[in-house]
Design a protein around this ligand. Structure first.
Ligand code: UDP
Length: 152
């Protein structure tokens, strides 16, 4: 079964610096979601501003742009049934103070501006964000060997 639902996930510079990449990727793998693309990169100013353009007028925007460029990030395309809401629920609330234990932010983060991970909030945002970070040739199409045990 190949699900076409895709989301964009990015482990932010704090998650990379704190050595959380493996733990975070493992959560998606163990849940049964498929990593269709993954790369480490330094985000350019132009890309950072495009990624967060909906927040351009907000007071936290300059800090957000400089923070996201403060070190390498790990960008991913993740696939699975209803993957956009599923990954958002695994990520937890924007402010870690309100993120439930068991979520990535609830387990690994304290402060809003250091909340470890980004995930798309809708299928439309996912499409836009994936196209900002990945060429189609960088996204793999394959079956996980356990798909028949994950999906009924
Ligand atoms: N952010 C912040 N201060 C705020 C609101 C947001 O630093 O008052 C940062 C935070 O890192 C958040 C990102 O801006 O993850 C994007 O905000 P959004 O509301 O889109 O939250 P998300 O979708 O990441 O949960």
């Amino acid at each position: 079964m190949v699900f076409t639902d895709r989301t964009f996930v990015m482990i932010k510079p704090d998650g990379v610096q704190r050595g959380l990449v493996g733990d975070i990727v493992a959560r998606f793998e163990h849940r049964g979601l498929k990593i269709a693309a993954m790369k480490m990169l330094l985000v350019s100013e132009d890309l950072a501003k495009k990624h967060y353009e909906e927040h351009a007028a907000k007071p936290f925007f300059p800090n957000l742009v400089s923070f996201i460029r403060s070190g390498p990030v790990v960008a991913m395309v993740v696939e699975g049934k209803d993957v956009v809401p599923m990954v958002r629920s695994m990520v937890g609330a924007t402010n870690p103070k309100n993120s439930n234990p068991g979520t990535i932010r609830g387990d690994f983060a304290v402060d809003m501006g250091r909340n470890v991970i980004h995930a798309s909030d809708s299928p439309e945002s996912a499409k836009r964000e994936i196209s900002l970070y990945f060429n189609t040739s960088e996204i793999a199409t394959y079956k996980r060997i356990d798909e028949q045990w994950l999906y009924e």
